[in-house]
Write a protein that binds this ligand. Sequence first.
Ligand SMILES: NC(=O)c1ccc[n+]([C@@H]2O[C@H](COP(=O)([O-])OP(=O)(O)OC[C@H]3O[C@@H](n4cnc5c(N)ncnc54)[C@H](OP(=O)(O)O)[C@@H]3O)[C@@H](O)[C@H]2O)c1
Length: 346
Amino acid sequence: MSTPKFLALTIKEPKQKTPLTLESYEEPDLGSGEFLVQNVAVAQNPVDWKQLDWDYGVPSYPWTNGGDLAGRVYKIGPDVTKFKPGDRVIAFASRKTPRHSAYQTYTVALENRTVKLPESVSFEAGSTIPLAYTTAGAGFIDALELPFPSLDGPLPAKPNGEPILVWGGSSSVGLYAVQIAKLAGFTVIATASPRNFDYVKSAGADHVFDYNDSDVVEKIRAAAGNNLSRVYDSISENGSIENAVKSITAPSGRVAVILPPKPDASTSTVKVIQTGAIKASQNPDIGKAVYGLLEAALAKGIFVTNKVKVIPNGLLGVNAGFELGRTHKVSGEKLVYRIAETPGLN
Ligand SMILES: NC(=O)c1ccc[n+]([C@@H]2O[C@H](COP(=O)([O-])OP(=O)(O)OC[C@H]3O[C@@H](n4cnc5c(N)ncnc54)[C@H](OP(=O)(O)O)[C@@H]3O)[C@@H](O)[C@H]2O)c1
């Protein structure tokens, strides 16, 4: 085995304006339930560049961030029972220290936030899943209070005749909200730009409407009939929450949102509830259900993953990817970095 190179994309100061650079680090120690993953591909989420630009959620500098990784287990720490060196895995990085983050060559991963990645799914596609999927799954249980797709019955479950709306079905989070809802047996109504209609339908949406149409809410209400009581708003800004509330046709309902809503977002009949990926780590039962379904769905090959757009230059390409995120140039796809393409690594 060749000598490992421990290199991390490093944020050196709050709101750093200069490109992030690679810094070396020592092989990290492993605590209980931890293991080291040799990353093959890592994926970008909006929170990554927001964290840098807004100096948000960084306890100290220098820092390395990134939530999504795919790779091979390199070394096992104490009390790890589910994984062994060489296993292909995807993990939702805990980001509790720089060494627990994704934008580096090796990440300390946690057993309860990692699932095996079947050979049938590439590392690039696999890396796009954890954060967005976990957000969608946790919100489904926590904010919408819906039963999660059961692993004991058929997947997808028998249709239950109930509609659900996913606002922003082509977003990373929305694509998984669509799939989870479909696996649970719902009739799925979604919104997206017309260029992404087929993509969202391929994930299981039964009806997709253009969120830019002035009469989008009327179209949703007409498709839903009179029992739409649940909305997963995977955008939660630019008027989506107001539209989500107006789309409810049942006498009362719940809207799950993943960014802070305005204080008066709820009405007398519709509750707007903020949720997020964090709910899966705060509540072990939610975590167990969410990661359990992910592993089962991957193994059965019934999961549509986000479209991958590989940005060149490996970890150093993240600087260009953050710029694409900031300028809203990410549409219906996920930016992915191949670690092996990082200059100076080989
Ligand atoms: N709380 C949490 O735990 C958590 C976790 C993950 C993400 N988030 C937040 O959730 C948001 C989405 O994250 P993401 O990773 O899913 O984003 P993303 O994949 O980068 O979202 C891009 C997509 O959003 C769609 N979109 C943009 N504005 C829309 C609108 N008004 N209505 C419907 N669709 C719209 C676009 O669809 P078209 O191209 O089809 O137009 C585009 O494909 C971000 O603000 C992120 O910070 C929060």
